[in-house]
Write a new protein. Structure first.
Length: 122
């Protein structure tokens, strides 16, 4: 598949799934954000990366809810006019958001320590 077509499909699928997730009424879905989509070269599988704001328990509940909603998401993707066949969906937790938050907190801690006056010179 041409890289430009893959990029377009990835973006289209990401937008479709993100929009569809807004309409889900499953109480197991917590603060969910889809971060990216990666379609395979043969268009048989799409890996959907997501993040959840909350605890580890919230993340596990959301993962189970996404698995329950998989047929709904596949139906929504199947409605896209330029999809010849509907790919299988694989939900992958995206840890990059947590890593970025951790780095930001560490940098803030370093900056706060730097900004505090040094009392050891007395």
């Amino acid at each position: 598949m041409h890289p430009r077509r893959a990029a377009r499909l990835n973006e289209l699928i990401l937008q479709t799934v993100s929009r569809a997730a807004l309409g889900l009424k499953d109480p197991g879905i917590h603060f969910l954000t889809f971060t990216s989509a990666e379609i395979s070269a043969d268009v048989s599988v799409v890996r959907l990366f997501y993040s959840v704001l909350g605890s580890l328990e919230d993340r596990e509940e959301t993962k189970a809810a996404l698995e329950r909603a998989k047929p709904f998401f596949r139906h929504e993707i199947g409605q896209l006019e330029n999809m010849r066949r509907v790919p299988n969906l694989v939900f992958m937790y995206d840890e990059s958001v947590e890593r970025a938050d951790r780095v930001t907190r560490l940098l803030n801690t370093i900056q706060n320590e730097k900004d505090q006056p040094d009392n050891s010179a007395d």
